[in-house]
Design a protein around this ligand. Structure first.
Ligand SMILES: [Zn+2]
Length: 289
């Protein structure tokens, strides 16, 4: 099953919902950044959420960035998604080893206390920025809290990444369910009832459930209607041309220092770890006159 997002509504449009299967995307991120399992889990939850938040954007060129910064050993993660389900992202520290907590990867411990920030760039002069304190550092709870406090949208977020024994990704995915204003009380209590015995995202995915089936489980009895699906993928928009632009914007002295070293330079894209190499002759061409 390739990665995709499904958008749905429920209870006569009182609910809007998104679900994603993101196994390939998270495995791609893992292999690009060589992350240890707890970092893969954290980055994978962020990428899955970011990708769903991307397709919520209205404009074709809109971007959303989801960021956590914490006092734990992972320090932070940044992901950026566009409105087409494409997402890129990186951890500040790729290898963190922590003992499991309650038999699970300790994502909260790796991030610890800190903040979650959402930046929406919708082509206006100033981007929209919302910042909240991390509640658990487990990402899904923090995002639920972000939506409640910063956007005043009651939401339920589930995210999960399950690893194989060889540290590759077994499955990954998640869902975001949001209540529109004036959602009837009985709809809210039905969701609460459903959440009580909801299996974890990774339990549902590893049992073979699709994003559609996950939403049908979360929204049992609430007339789910599937509206649209979008392909989802880890995809970076970096290019040699872009790296040249940023090299060319360096100050003359910085560039002279690099050239003086006399060695070819390798510049890596922070988001996808792609390496771009430049010879001294090329660097001299980019040097500001
Ligand atoms: Zn890149």
């Amino acid at each position: 099953m390739s990665d995709y997002i499904v958008r749905a509504t429920g209870a006569n449009d009182a609910i809007r919902a998104f679900a994603i299967v993101s196994t390939d995307m998270v495995e791609e991120a893992r292999s690009r950044h060589n992350t240890s399992p707890v970092v893969t889990a954290a980055l994978g939850r962020m990428l899955s959420a970011g990708s769903m938040m991307g397709v919520m954007l209205k404009g074709d060129n809109d971007l959303v960035t989801l960021q956590v910064q914490g006092s734990g050993p992972m320090k932070g993660i940044t992901v950026t998604a566009n409105s087409k389900g494409q997402v890129k992202g990186f951890p500040n520290v790729a290898v963190v080893d922590l003992p499991p907590k309650n038999g699970k990867l300790d994502v909260g411990g790796a991030i610890d206390l800190g903040i979650m920030r959402v930046i929406k760039d919708m082509g206006l002069k100033e981007p929209y920025v919302g910042t909240v304190e991390l509640q658990t550092g487990e990402i899904a709870e923090d995002l639920t809290y972000y939506y409640a406090v910063s956007e005043q949208i009651p939401s339920t977020v589930g995210l999960g990444v399950l690893m194989n024994k060889d540290n590759t990704v077994n499955c990954a995915g998640g869902f975001i369910v949001q209540l529109m204003p004036f959602t009837p009380e009985e709809v809210i209590s039905q969701i609460e009832e459903n959440l009580k015995d909801l299996p974890s995202v990774t339990d549902m995915l590893s049992a073979g459930k699709t994003p559609e089936e996950m939403l049908q489980t979360v929204l049992k009895g609430l007339d789910v209607e599937f509206m649209e699906t979008y392909p989802a993928a880890f995809q970076c928009d970096c290019s040699r041309q872009r790296v040249i632009k940023s090299l060319a914007s360096l100050g003359k002295e910085d560039m002279d220092d690099i050239i003086k070293d006399g060695k070819p330079v390798e510049v890596k894209c922070q988001f996808c770890n792609q390496a771009y190499e430049f010879t001294i002759d090329e660097l001299k061409q980019f040097r500001r006159k």
